[in-house]
Design a protein around this ligand. Structure first.
Ligand code: SF4
Length: 205
């Protein structure tokens, strides 16, 4: 990629990330999120990996490295970037559920201490609702449009379903199947914690 184009991509990604960091479309989610999940990796990617939202698996950098290495070794492709369909992962939290007053503010400090319980946040990450996905999906579509990967690996049924539908693809969902949208190949695979090299058996460059 020419240098000017790369710099333009970096500028556009930073500008989008700034908007994600101040986004309040899902106010109830942002209260318990210190920092939204942002994409990481090669900014001129051949493959973009898309996870549903942050989870104990994706929060473990060693697991992400292991996953990326499996993909590199199996496909021979080095330039990989990973990102999320929902940036503010919802949490299940009894403290918040038992709170009657409505606070229009972030509840976590830099040390992840909760303003309500005055102790470290013990909320449990849970799956986003469909409405959260619909609210956040435009950021993912924008990220794909900026970085223009050749392939998008969709991890898990919900990522596959929402991303394909947003490109107007209503075919039956099949794990291990590649779908085309213009120059982009969208490859459907299992959730990241279940992924293994053999899941790429049908992947073709
Ligand atoms: S989940 Fe996405 S759309 Fe909702 S507040 Fe966070 S960044 Fe905004």
């Amino acid at each position: 990629m020419p240098n000017g184009k790369r710099e333009q991509n970096i500028r556009r990604i930073i500008e989008m990330e700034d908007r994600i960091c101040i986004c309040k479309r899902c106010l109830a989610l942002t209260q318990c999120v210190r920092k939204p999940s942002l994409g990481k990796g090669d900014l001129d990617p051949v493959i973009m990996l898309v996870f549903e939202a942050e989870s104990p698996y994706t929060a473990d950098i060693n697991k992400i490295i292991e996953l990326r290495n499996i993909i590199k070794d199996t496909t021979g492709i080095e330039k990989i970037y990973h990102t999320y369909m929902v940036r503010c992962c919802p949490k299940s939290c009894s403290t918040l559920q038992n709170t009657t007053c409505y606070l229009n503010t972030k509840l976590l400090d830099k040390e992840y201490n909760c303003a309500l319980s005055r102790s470290r946040c013990n909320g449990i990450p849970v799956r986003p609702h469909n409405e959260d996905i619909i609210s956040c999906l435009p950021f993912l579509l924008e990220e794909i449009e900026i970085l223009k990967p050749n392939y998008v690996f969709m991890f898990g049924k919900r990522v596959v379903e929402f991303l394909l539908r947003s490109y107007g693809i209503f075919d039956e969902i099949e794990v291990g199947h590649a779908y085309k949208h213009e120059d982009l190949v969208l490859f459907a695979t299992v959730e990241e914690n279940l992924f293994k090299a053999s899941d790429l058996a049908d992947f073709k460059r």
